[in-house]
Design a protein. Sequence first.
Length: 306
Amino acid sequence: MTGTVIRVFGRYYTVKYNNAEYMSVLRGRIKKDSQFKLFSNPVAAGDLVNFSIDRDGLGVIESIIDRKNYFSRKDKLKGKEDIIAANLDQVISVQSFINPHFNLRFVDRILVRGVSAGVKVVLCVNKLDLAEKGETDYIRSYYRDSGLEIHFMSALSGEGIDVFKETISGKRSLLIGYSGVGKSSLLNRVFPGLNIKITEVSESTGKGKHTTTNVQMEQIDENTELIDTPGVREFGIMHVEPHMLGAYFQDFKKPSMKCRFSPCSHDHEPDCEVRRLVELEKIHPDRYISYLNILYSLKENLENMY
Ligand code: GDP
Ligand code: ZN
């Protein structure tokens, strides 16, 4: 049988098949497969799996069907790749203007991962009713030419809610946002009656503890699915060589062809067109600083590997 993984809770998986849900575990040989050792958890929400049901009604996942795509981050504690969700239409980074104030460096990391994973990223900034003058322009100019789709909205006033609804309808989306940005308020506004409460689950407290992956996919209507990731506060990037980082900044791509060096890390090299555009403020200086910040963290990762 082929089912869809809708919940991951540690080593337990809920598989949905024909509108029924089966608590499942992994067949031993999947765990031994060498490529799975690279991941902190080999199965993710959104995975299509072949599974069987044993006499006690417990599901046993036999194999994972090839993924269309998957979205992952670095599991800091184990140094492995943590797959958050698979087979996505898009990732929605939900932020707010205040409480908490938006953090575009965090969005940049999600965007790099999205571009490298081949998954579209959309930025939704909530609490527009509380935006300071100039903040929407700031965000737009920060992402000029980056290819990022941006929407502003308010769950309170309703402004921009239609676009939010349109953005998520008929798709499978992964929502990433700190607690308090208004995810629950937005979803309840768009789908009244569902009474969705996105609950915060603390990821891991004491040092050395394992990160507990706890991800859940909700079927909102026939064609709309939302995957929530409570507690994703940090976002480490893997599998990007430092000198390739610029390729994942779409706004740097065209100018980089005019850099004297190729590849150019746009950091120290002479005659760097990206740096020239930053000085002219055609590329937002804050976006460039965010780039350097990721660049240095990638270089540090490399150093720690050897
Ligand atoms: P979640 O943790 O992301 O699910 O956030 P909630 O939906 O629980 O909202 C957190 C707080 O922000 C609540 O007190 C909401 O009333 C408030 N809030 C949510 N959306 C808006 C908005 O658009 N404008 C304002 N002013 N407050 C909002
Ligand atoms: Zn350059």
